[in-house]
Design a protein around this ligand. Sequence first.
Ligand code: WQD
Length: 351
Amino acid sequence: MNKILITGGCGYIGSHTIVDLIENGYEVLSVDDNSRSTNYLLDGIEKITGKKVKNYKVDLKDYNDTRAIFEENEDIAGIIHFAAYKAVGESVQEPLMYYENNLLSLINLLKCVQEFEVPHFVFSSSCTVYGSPDTIPVTEGSPIKKAESPYGSTKQMGEEMIMNVVKVIDAKAILLRYFNPVGSHPSGLIGELPLGKPANLVPAITQTAIGKIPSMQVWGTDYDTRDGSCIRDYIHVSDIAHAHTLALQYLIKNRNKTNCDIFNLGTGNGVTVLEAIKAFEEVSGTKLNYKVGPPREGDVVAIYANNNLARTSLNWEIRYNLKEMMKTAWAWELRIKQDEQILKNQQYLYN
Ligand code: WQD
């Protein structure tokens, strides 16, 4: 009873979570249509853990193909659902693509949870569900504000769907609201592979530093914050990954308070964009080439987590500080430069 299905297992947080689950004794299967990934990270997982993880190259929007996975694996003890499109800007331009992909996939999975009586379901959610908070740090009880993007509304709707479904089927769920996942596994063998020009801060920093992009912009330094730039709660992806293992164990041990418990996954520390850049420059020994640009539409000025619930209920501890986040992000960027040809051969639209 320890076979876990990871959707989006070839992706950034999915691959790191697979490593943590294997290291904690779980048998793991992945389903990933590789529309925005390759098996490059599965190779990294094998190098780290010695385990070859099977990936079902299936589009979760196809119900019959999705159902076939459960037909073949009657003993799935839990699902961790990462697979979704997650680019805020793209979602504004392509709302229908986001609603169809992120919601239809979830509906198909929940149908399988019901039919095959999968007992545990962990959902990859995001602090984006809070919108622009009135008070910070945000707790799990902070008001859910109108989503700033279609991406954010797919996370809000996803949460609501899961809450309502587990009320009427014999399954338990956990919603994990990530703040800003950054960095890479300390081995340097898995990390983030952004598609095309990076929208997120840390890949933009490391790709600028390595020369993949000529320069980057800091979107606004006139905000009402200590240095004028936006505040976020950057958290190491391996800390996020371990929280998923703990969440699963929490459900398996029936320690859940409701059928759908919610946890914030953040460090509890707010860091400005300029502070993040400074930390990167210190650990990499490079001066970053950036310009100050206009504020980015939809940006929240400041948000960071109250993470007390995850720390106490899941016995979760933060293991990586900001400099270690930047150090591992930079080590990963240097590594994929070495493997650039391999990624190109895999037709990975890395850039
Ligand atoms: C962080 C800060 C930017 C790039 C989003 C989603 C969230 C999650 C992570 C999926 C902001 C600034 C960025 C750049 C910059 N997505 N920035 N120059 O917007 O907080 O969160 O991505 O899981 O759900 O909402 O992350 O990294 O894009 O931006 O100045 O080139 O860095 O303006 O203040 P964000 P981000």
